[in-house]
Design a protein around this ligand. Structure first.
Ligand SMILES: C[S@@+](CC[C@H](N)C(=O)[O-])C[C@H]1O[C@@H](n2cnc3c(N)ncnc32)[C@H](O)[C@@H]1O
Length: 198
């Protein structure tokens, strides 16, 4: 495991690895997620987290983003060259989740690491309407619109707390288990993790 982590650290960098490890540790041991075989890495950006999971677990990864970055393409090429054995479990899909639905796949979980503003809410809405587990690590609360509009709860001054509490309460009304946590290795304002299990 140490070797694998060193290798991942070289590929994605120390800062990202620390952040991913903390996020990963928070959900990987949950019994309720033991049947998951596909992770939909939504708003995947450079694809770091999906590729990290691919190396560590026997899961399938579907990375979704409306922009396939040059960095993601280079990283995928590196993996196809150096780890061809695992890349048959990886797929990138260019998709605008504001316009199109996130694919629904049996035994999957939707992941949204730094899905900015409303993108986190789109993940919540897509997951809840299909009763699928999801994990979000939201950010950019100022881009946030969806939950504001019908809320009767008074805004208390900290936008992140307010928004994530609304999200938490909404999910709690629909799902059996919701975990809202503050992470140590991420900057304030993008350091909350919500794990939701139907
Ligand atoms: C802050 S980045 C997070 C990237 C990655 N998850 C990470 O943690 O490094 C947000 C990502 O959302 C993607 N994005 C923005 N709008 C989107 C949309 N409408 N549909 C799909 N992806 C979108 C962006 O292209 C960007 O890669």
């Amino acid at each position: 495991m140490i070797d694998l982590e060193k290798k991942i650290e070289l590929i994605i960098g120390k800062k990202y690895l620390k952040k991913f490890l903390e996020i990963y540790e928070n959900f990987s041991s949950l019994d309720e997620l033991s049947n998951i075989n596909t992770v939909i890495d939504c708003c995947s950006g450079n694809g770091f987290f999906g590729l990290y999971l691919l190396l560590r677990n026997k899961v399938n990864i579907i990375a979704i983003d409306n922009n396939h970055t040059k960095k993601a393409e280079r990283l995928e090429s590196y993996f196809y060259l150096n780890h061809p054995d695992i890349m048959d479990r990886y797929k990138f899909q260019k998709l605008d989740i504001e316009k199109y639905k996130i694919p629904v796949i049996e035994n999957s979980i939707i992941l949204g690491i730094h899905a900015c503003g409303d993108l986190s809410d789109i993940i919540i809405e897509n997951s809840v309407s299909n009763n699928i587990p999801f994990i979000i690590n939201p950010c950019c609360y100022n881009k946030y619109k969806i939950c504001w509009k019908d809320s009767k709860i008074k805004f208390n001054g900290n936008l992140g707390d307010y928004v994530d509490n609304l999200r938490y309460n909404f999910i709690k009304s629909k799902y059996r288990k919701v975990i809202l946590k503050t992470l140590n290795n991420l900057k304030n304002g993008s350091n909350r993790l919500i794990i939701a299990i139907p």
